[in-house]
Design a protein. Structure first.
Length: 193
């Protein structure tokens, strides 16, 4: 990893992280604004089709961690060890589409410069797959917290922890991408320009 290649993407991620941390108390309001924009753009209906699949995957993951859970469409019920149930509704707005926007912004900065099409496709594929998995992990943690710790910890993680989890993933993703996916000759060409 050369400093000249990684500096722009990490600087952008650091700036976004700083802004997110400053506005974290207002994330709910900002998320409501993004929701309205998303609805006007017509992305609600296509994303709503994804929700039942994500709910079923979340049920499987909760089961792997020893939590009894069941899915019915967009609803997920999770039981704690005493048998108390929490019913959670997962909407189209919970699938993490906002994180894909942030990934896209980082890709626009991180994929600048000379590199092969194959390298670009690999980096994009890793980024999208990783972001989807992080979003599924985020939903799973929220559901587990709802069952084990209650509503308030689940909401706090949903509103704040999820943002920090995403930013951590993006930093990790770019370290992996620059270390193992972007060939050294592309980095050498970039530093000469």
């Amino acid at each position: 990893m050369t400093q000249s290649r990684t500096t722009p993407v990490f600087a952008m991620l650091l700036a976004v992280t700083a802004v997110l941390l400053v506005v974290l108390p207002f994330v709910s309001t900002f998320d409501d604004l993004l929701t309205v924009v998303g609805m006007r753009l017509g992305i609600a209906a296509p994303l709503q089709w994804i929700v039942p699949a994500e709910v079923r995957v979340t049920v499987v993951l909760l089961g792997l961690f020893g939590l009894h859970a069941a899915a019915a469409g967009n609803q997920l019920v999770v039981w704690n060890s005493s048998g108390a149930a929490q019913t959670l509704f997962i909407s189209w707005n919970c699938v993490g589409w906002q994180s894909l926007i942030l990934l896209g912004l980082s890709l626009m900065v991180g994929l600048r410069g000379p590199m092969s099409l194959a390298t670009r496709v690999q980096v994009i594929a890793l980024g999208v797959l990783g972001t989807i998995l992080v979003n599924i992990a985020r939903i799973t943690v929220v559901c587990a917290l709802a069952a084990l710790a209650g509503y308030l910890p689940a909401v706090l993680f949903h509103d704040y922890g999820g943002t920090l989890l995403l930013v951590s993933w993006l930093f990790t993703f770019w370290v992996i991408a620059y270390r193992w996916l972007v060939p050294d000759h592309a980095l050498a060409l970039q530093s000469q320009v």
